[in-house]
Ligand binder design. Structure first.
Ligand SMILES: *Cc1c(COP(=O)(O)O)cnc(C)c1O
Length: 383
């Protein structure tokens, strides 16, 4: 029996060819492929009022987004505690403090009523996360942000390729962030994209991702060093640019997005069909229409989660837990928070299951069989 990992990147001959070709060109840093990757992402999203800026990782994209939003020391940023640690670290990196908010039981996204109770004069921005194969209520979030004059950082690291009410994710949020790291549905090995509204923000981000150097991206986008002329440094910057190799990989993946979306949707539907029948299990509340699922999870009774995960492991199926809530980490023991009762309950119930693009039927069946057999054994034991 083969062990089924949680993630397998889709690497086929096209990815090998794209990376080899980029290596042969020999321009490894930021160059023409990065320009093309940004353009193709913009075209794919049909982003008319948003500009994509490519960076080295999703975490870098979050950090720069917060800075662009004007977040800094003495500010607070409200985030779900049920989120990846990268978001909390990005807030700390700006000098601001995270404030932990609870989630909604159905969307597993931030609970805006509870967020409202956490607002202070220091609150500058709110981070919202689309979790795994679900989407947040983005209309309600936009309304909330407008009402309270907050910036929104939309962490869409899980929802690249999905649509909210017919609108592509990345085309409507205040600032939207994608990740293309090795486990995401579409990968550039490592990479991130920030979607911003104005050319000024693009210009600032171009400098900030290149240690603040003022040389125009347009020159490097021709696989050329900027002119011999001296350049100016006007602002804080980081080494956050995307490399040509990564962009080449991302471009090869982007051509397969339809197949990636369809196959992952179908697997999620197959899982939902089987697992919805198990009384102890709660499945994601979605029909996966217009969703490019990053991951698939189920909720199991918290008292049984460890034995359930052991059973799956013994049956060759890897599992994961997304997330360990932020407020449980020692770094954040003094972080301000509100009522986190839903987070505390759900974080003990969630189990992520393997989801791969083009996952063969027998592998899907191995996962289904492992889950179903645990609960039928349990039922026998209880009799
Ligand atoms: C993957 C991920 C990130 C970070 O992206 P990297 O590209 O790995 O730096 C941030 N937030 C969420 C929710 C993620 O899943």
């Amino acid at each position: 029996m083969k062990q089924v990992p949680l993630f397998i990147p889709l690497i086929e001959k096209e990815e090998f060819a794209a990376v080899q070709k980029a290596l042969e060109i020999g321009w490894l840093g930021m160059g023409a492929h990065v320009d093309e990757f940004e353009k193709k992402v913009g075209e794919f999203l049909q982003a008319e009022n948003r500009f994509p800026v490519a960076v080295s990782t999703g975490t870098a994209a979050l950090h720069l987004s917060l800075l662009i939003a004007g977040v800094g020391p003495s500010d607070e940023v409200i985030t779900p505690s049920f989120n990846f640690v990268a978001d909390f670290q990005a807030i700390l990196a700006t000098g601001a403090q995270p404030v932990f908010c609870d989630i909604d039981e159905d969307t597993l996204s931030i609970d805006l009523d509870k967020a409202e109770q956490l607002l202070t004069s220091k609150t500058k921005a709110i981070i919202v996360l689309d979790y795994q194969c679900l989407l947040s209520d983005h209309d309600a979030i936009a309304e909330f942000a407008a009402k309270h004059s907050l910036r929104v950082i939309h962490d869409a690291c899980h929802s690249f390729g999905s649509k909210y009410k017919g609108r592509p994710i990345g085309t409507f949020s205040d600032i939207c962030v994608f990740s293309f790291d090795p486990v995401k549905a579409v990968t550039s090995i490592d990479g991130g994209i920030i979607m911003v509204k104005t050319e000024q923000e693009v210009k600032r981000l171009h400098q900030m991702r290149l240690v603040g150097m003022g040389q125009p991206a347009a020159v490097m986008y021709q696989n050329k060093r900027a002119a011999i002329r001296p350049y100016d440094v006007e602002q804080l910057g980081f080494r956050y640019h995307m490399s040509n190799i990564h962009a080449a990989m991302g471009l090869a993946q982007l051509l397969k997005i339809d197949q990636i979306s369809k196959s992952r949707q179908n697997i999620c539907r197959y899982y939902n069909k089987h697992f919805a029948e198990i009384p102890e299990v709660i499945v994601p509340k979605t029909d996966f229409e217009d969703i490019t699922p990053f991951l698939y999870y189920i909720r199991v009774p918290s008292a049984e989660r460890d034995s359930f995960r052991n059973h799956l492991s013994e049956n060759g199926v890897d599992t994961g837990v997304h997330w360990q809530p932020g407020h449980e980490f020692s770094l954040f023991k003094n972080t301000r928070r509100g009522d986190l009762s839903i987070t505390d309950r759900i974080a003990k119930e969630v189990v992520s299951l393997p989801l791969h693009s083009n996952m063969p039927q027998e592998v899907q069946d191995q996962v289904v069989e492992a889950v179903v057999s645990y609960f039928s054994l349990e039922a026998v034991n209880r009799c």
